[in-house]
Write a protein that binds this ligand. Structure first.
Ligand code: GDP
Length: 519
């Protein structure tokens, strides 16, 4: 079991939309021979990749949902946990990041560190997740490589320690020098990245002869880096102080091999995980896992509900009956699947670091701990302060049951946060979201999946602060302020803007009004 756990490398890719995450995912899958041909992701038009399956995703050309891809490479078992690309679904991404042991920060060579990358970087830093950086799209004109290293260091505080260094400027990509052994890996263009780019490996002498000045520049820059201490160091990498950097072109499948090698060589395998009681659960302890993602309606033929669980300890065996720490009730893992896009395979055994999709999971919630024998509970997953609010009502009030079932399910999956109050009643819950597109998903699913078309009316609130029950009446009496209760029991006071917050604080100086910080 420990051998299996130590073979695992579980990671996610964080990036700004359009940096090439879907393309890289496909390229990784191609390299792993998990799929035969990289389904090309062609920007906004006709984009189709295995990780994009939902109707809405297809229509919009963006990745909304998360799934996990498992493949073996060398001796390792790689688990790539997919994350949604759009910033509106960042709450989902935060949860995914609690399920991985490392992350790949994908950077567009022409754009550098973009807003969403920085946000996700902050989450990784907060959670102590080691980062590997990939500078993508080197086949196109972009920023200077040394400038990019400065940008990483200045904006993230991480010291970049390039493992490869590009030969040829962006747009004139000849290949990379492997800084660990000085060899030249020459890049050969392939037809749109449909096949694995052949890699020609040369000695420095051969490289100089072939590439001339481009090679000399690359080796000089590499020496500059060495002199400034920018060489990989395992300890500082795991401590989140340095980040190994690779250069590549996902669309040409170049650099992907190197990334896989780096994952195997330096990325951490699953470690003992902290529990709510303040102890850690060793990976060799009896089975335990937590649900970090719920998904429904993946397959229109089976309206099932899947809970994606990350295994933290022990061996998972299909059919085992585990306990849900929240309810104390048993959960039978009759069928477990690995899911990536539309493709599913049945899993019989899984180990720490793996992600399994548990079917018939209607009674599970995002954040639930599952265990066998020895009771354990992992800390709750982070929730974020919502900034968008809308009242949801059924178009057809006679479908009351369907409506309530849908609302409950969307809340359990963490698609939106569900807020209620006596004033508004059961039929008009308030949905709270980090990004407004979460509302579109909720609306779409209520109609297609729960057979209860709804109307959504946006509310003018923008700020939610935590309060306590004894302040409800006084806060509700303030103009433009409303208190609602979230499903986790928390009371949220909603305000239209910060001016209103200030004026209420002046009027009720003792009122409990605290920011909702990530837990
Ligand atoms: P995502 O939004 O991060 O998933 O990005 P995509 O994988 O959809 O890529 C966005 C666009 O960039 C697509 O048109 C890709 O074909 C293109 N792209 C991705 N990687 C590369 C690359 O290495 N070089 C070039 N030139 N284009 C790329």
């Amino acid at each position: 079991m420990l051998t299996e756990a130590s073979r695992r490398r579980s990671f996610a890719v964080i990036s700004h939309p359009d940096a090439g995450k879907s393309t890289l995912t496909e390229a990784l899958a191609l390299h792993a021979k998990a799929i035969r041909e990289a389904g090309r992701a062609d920007g906004k038009t006709g984009k189709r990749t295995v990780s994009d399956w939902m109707d809405m995703e297809q229509a919009r050309g963006i990745s909304i949902t998360s799934a996990a891809l498992q493949f073996t490479y060398r001796d390792a078992v790689i688990n790539l946990v997919d994350t949604p690309g759009h910033a509106d679904f960042s709450e989902d991404t935060y949860r995914v990041l609690s399920a991985v042991d490392a992350a790949v920060m994908l950077v567009d060579a022409a754009k550098g560190l973009e807003a969403q990358t920085m946000k996700l970087f902050a989450v990784c830093k907060h959670r102590g997740i080691p980062l590997i950086t990939v500078i993508n799209k080197w086949d196109r004109p972009g920023k200077d490589a040394l400038e990019l290293m400065d940008e990483i260091q200045e904006r993230t505080g991480l010291v970049p320690t390039p493992l490869t260094w590009p030969v040829g400027i962006g747009g004139d990509f000849r290949g990379v020098v492997d800084r660990r052994d000085g060899r030249y890996i020459r890049f050969t263009r392939t037809d749109g990245g449909k096949t694995i780019a052949p890699e020609e490996v040369m000695t420095p002498e051969e490289a100089l002869e072939r590439e001339g000045d481009a090679w000399t520049t690359a080796t000089e820059e590499s020496e500059l880096l060495e002199a400034s201490g920018a060489d990989h160091d395992q300890e500082t990498f795991l401590a989140g102080q340095t980040t190994p950097v690779l250069f590549g072109s996902a669309v040409q499948n170049f650099g992907v091999h190197a990334l896989l090698d780096v994952l195997v060589d330096v990325a951490p395998s699953p470690a003992p995980r902290p529990t709510v009681s303040g102890t850690t659960r060793p990976v060799e302890a009896p089975f335990s896992a937590f649900v970090f993602k719920m998904q429904a309606g993946m397959d229109t033929a089976h309206r099932d509900r899947l809970a994606f669980a990350r295994i933290c300890s022990g061996v998972f065996e299909r059919g085992m009956v585990v306990t849900s720490a929240r309810t104390g009730r048993p959960f039978a893992t009759k069928y477990a699947q690995q899911v990536f896009g539309r493709e599913r395979t049945i899993v019989d055994h899984a180990y720490p670091g793996d992600v399994v999709g548990l079917v018939n999971a209607a009674n599970l919630r995002v954040g639930d701990t599952l265990y066998l024998d020895k009771s354990v509970e992992y800390p709750p997953l982070p929730t974020f302060a919502p900034e968008h609010f809308a009242v949801m009502r059924a178009k057809d009030v006679s479908r009351y049951k369907q409506f309530q079932r849908g609302v409950m399910q969307l809340g359990a999956e963490g698609v939106v946060q569900v807020l209620r109050s006596d004033l508004r009643g059961d039929q008009a819950p308030v949905l709270a979201a980090v990004g407004p597109m979460q509302f579109e998903v909720a609306e779409h699913r209520m109609a297609t999946e729960f057979n209860s078309p709804v109307t959504l009316d946006r509310l003018q609130y923008e700020i939610a602060l935590r309060t306590t029950p004894e302040w409800i009446d006084q806060l509700n009496a303030q103009l433009g302020v409303e208190v609602l209760q979230r499903e986790d029991g928390e009371h949220l006071a909603l305000f239209p803007d910060r001016w209103r917050v200030t004026s209420v604080r002046n009027r009720l100086p003792d009122a409990v009004l605290e920011p909702l910080v990530a837990t």
